[in-house]
Design a binder for this molecule. Structure first.
Ligand code: IPE
Ligand code: IPE
Ligand code: MG
Length: 251
């Protein structure tokens, strides 16, 4: 069902789903409990993105740096990815969502890699929401591997060729980057693609995030003016004339 409100300017939303561990610790639980609770709201956010007309949604689920976490926590994150794939498969197919994992997943269990490959293949021609999971993902390593492949193929390095050499070039630049959990940093996420993204940081920890807050963020960012380094011509001419009058009166 389509929502009354539809996004126009925001086509690609990226989310750093942070704050799971602190959410659990604040409730005297182990950190992994936060991941379990956090994973349960992912499908609501996916569905709402689709309803609001978002074209691409990229979710940061596991960074290259997260490999240094305790093995038990890493294992829980693997198993939650597997559960998500099994649980959401039919919904993804029904809603014609194009699913992809971006990042280095060689160290994932074979069964999970098979599920990913199968779902990517089954959905590759779908024209609905482009849903990407960043897993084992690092922005710098994405840029390095993109540039390496251009050099190997003898392709000239340019902004355009680098954009095309990213893991999922079709998702394009990020229009809006949301980070939950209260920290205001990028943590190596989509470094190339966030060049002109609007940034939105919320103190809400990911397990407490919900579709109401998500929609509020989209509404408020849709209202922001994005200038991409330029200025609105009529506005600048008007204000220049006003400034000239003020200056004239003063001197
Ligand atoms: C985000 O939550 C999920 C992952 C990084 C996998 P954290 O586990 O980083 O939670 P905090 O930031 O420590 O609260
Ligand atoms: C970023 O969160 C990665 C994910 C949400 C998957 P982190 O918790 O790992 O980032 P830092 O350590 O706060 O930068
Ligand atoms: Mg964190």
């Amino acid at each position: 069902m389509k929502n009354d409100f539809q996004v126009k300017k925001i086509k690609h939303v990226a989310i750093i789903m942070d704050g799971n561990g602190r959410w659990a610790q604040n409730r005297a639980h182990r950190r992994v409990w936060g991941h379990v609770r956090g994973s349960s709201i992912v499908s609501d956010v996916v569905e709402r993105s689709d309803d609001l007309g978002v074209e691409a949604l990229t979710l940061y689920a596991f960074s290259t740096e997260n490999w240094s976490r305790p093995q038990a926590e890493v294992k829980t994150l693997f198993s939650l990815l597997k559960k998500f794939l099994m649980r959401e498969r039919s919904r993804i197919l029904k809603n014609k969502i194009r699913f992809k994992v971006i990042g280095d997943i060689v160290n994932l269990p074979e069964a999970t890699k098979d599920l990913i490959a199968k779902l990517e293949n089954e959905t590759k021609d779908f024209d609905g929401l482009k849903l990407s999971f960043a897993f084992g993902y690092g922005g710098r390593s994405e840029i390095v591997s993109g540039i390496k492949s251009l050099v190997e193929q003898g392709i000239e390095i340019s902004e355009e060729s680098i954009s095309k050499a990213m893991y999922a070039p079709e998702i394009g630049d990020v229009d809006l980057l949301i980070r939950t959990g209260g920290d205001q940093r990028i943590s190596n996420f989509l470094l190339w693609q966030v060049a002109y993204a609007e940034l939105f940081f919320t103190n809400t920890k990911w397990p407490d995030f919900n579709t109401e807050e998500y929609e509020d963020i989209l509404r408020s960012v849709e209202g922001r003016e994005r200038r991409f380094g330029a200025v609105d011509e009529t506005e600048s001419l008007d204000s220049a004339r006003k400034m000239a009058r003020v200056n004239h009166q003063q001197y």
